[in-house]
Design a protein around this ligand. Structure first.
Ligand code: ADP
Length: 385
């Protein structure tokens, strides 16, 4: 934080720049001799000092180019003040103490007599923008890699089959085509997930909200999984009398499916799902008795393409990232915690209400909610709250 200005922070030039004190970006005026003659509070904050004025600008504003050249030596506006008046924005590295920051810098040659031949500079922190750019290009390279693997296999098998069809038995051909089929499914799944990721990242995830009963939706999702990936598995559902939520049932289905399918993937043992109504939220828990998740990975598992070190790749590593995005789009939260004995416990909350979005009085509706559950699934237990 900037401290109170010391005497040297008083502008050396007349008050013609005082209106710029309120500028949200750091700004400075450098005279024709390279001396800093004016700085605004945002520059004190950026440089963590008010002791700036009267000093050579190149010493107090230590800027380096991408090639690690001293920016002040690059003569950004040329020597002839009449030629170039304004410098296009440049991303530079600002060195301050032992840290560095990326800043976007623009500069203009000043007209008028206040500071003849002087330079007005504006510096804007660009670390976040740079981080976003890096994250984006990381995503592109990971995605290319993820897509290349199955496509290479599809290409390899189809090419082999086309050129050497007669050399393979029916069984071998079937096996190869089954692999091609799986890889094509994988590409389709990955593309679907990437679409969801890009919507989540851009904050453009559209929810089709309607009244949803979790005591109906959860058993339905579980039945679906028991008929497919979780065949023969014991999945026990318990719930109190959750109020109807104003939510997107397809997205909630996706959230639950991701969590329960993960549990199915990591354990052969029983899986427990619980729905409990809190003060303002409904909390859903999915617990398994698998290997569990070490505390140090419990945040990282929700990031894109996360894999535990040494873990054999199975899915895309996007499942929990999307799950988190879907829960948060509903205004809820999701986290992983310690299982009572062992295993993983995932919990997510969904806010009650949200009905005001559609003009419905949530409290009136809650008062009229019935107290019985209509669920008939045998693995479902109903707790009176
Ligand atoms: P994918 O989409 O590939 O299934 P996820 O994003 O769902 O990946 O999961 C990311 C990582 O979180 C997994 O690779 C695994 O290390 C860990 N994980 C998720 N669910 C469980 C679970 N129930 N038990 C143990 N580890 C889990």
């Amino acid at each position: 934080m900037p401290t109170a200005p010391s005497p040297s922070a008083k502008p050396i030039i007349a008050g013609s720049f005082s209106g710029l004190d309120e500028l949200p970006d750091a700004a400075a005026v450098v005279d024709a001799d390279g001396v800093l003659v004016w700085a605004n509070p945002m520059l004190w904050r950026l440089l963590r000092t008010t002791d700036l004025l009267g000093q050579p600008a190149r010493e107090v504003i230590d800027l380096r180019t991408a090639d690690d050249l001293d920016w002040w030596d690059t003569d950004p506006l040329g020597t002839d003040p009449t030629l170039i008046r304004r410098m296009a924005e440049q991303e530079l590295v600002l060195r301050r103490d032992r840290t560095t920051h990326v800043v976007a810098v623009t500069a203009s040659r000043l007209r008028g007599d206040a500071v003849p031949g002087g330079l007005l500079m504006v510096l804007r922190r660009a670390d976040a923008r740079r981080r976003r750019d890096v994250a984006r290009s990381d995503l592109v390279s990971t995605v290319s890699h993820e897509l290349r693997a199955p496509l290479t296999s599809v290409k390899g098998f189809t090419k082999t089959l086309l050129s050497k069809w007669d050399r393979f038995s029916d069984d071998q051909r079937r096996q190869m085509l089954a692999t091609v089929n799986e890889d094509a499914d994988r590409v389709t799944r990955l593309l679907g997930e990437l679409l969801a990721v890009s919507r989540i990242d851009a904050g453009r995830l559209a929810l089709r909200r309607q009244m949803v009963r979790l005591d109906v939706l959860v058993p339905r999702v579980v039945n679906g999984i028991q008929a497919g990936a979780g065949q023969g598995r014991t999945i026990t559902v318990s719930h109190d009398n959750p109020p109807e939520l104003y939510a997107d049932p397809d997205r909630l289905d996706q959230v639950l499916t991701n969590l329960v399918e993960n549990a199915v993937k990591y354990t052969d043992d029983e899986i427990l799902i619980d729905v409990t109504t809190g003060q303002d939220t409904v909390q859903v828990t999915v617990a398994d008795r698998g290997p569990g998740i070490e505390p140090e990975f419990r945040t990282a598992i929700f990031t894109k393409f996360f894999r535990r070190p040494g873990e054999k790749r199975q899915g895309t590593g996007l499942g929990l990232y999307i799950t988190k995005g879907l829960v948060e789009a509903h205004g809820g939260e999701i986290w992983a915690e310690d299982g009572e004995d062992e295993g993983s416990v995932f919990r997510f909350t969904l806010p009650q209400g949200g009905l005001e979005l559609s003009g419905i009085d949530f409290h009136a509706l809650r008062a009229s909610t019935t107290k019985t559950s209509t669920t008939t699934n045998t693995s479902t237990t109903h707790r009176e709250s």
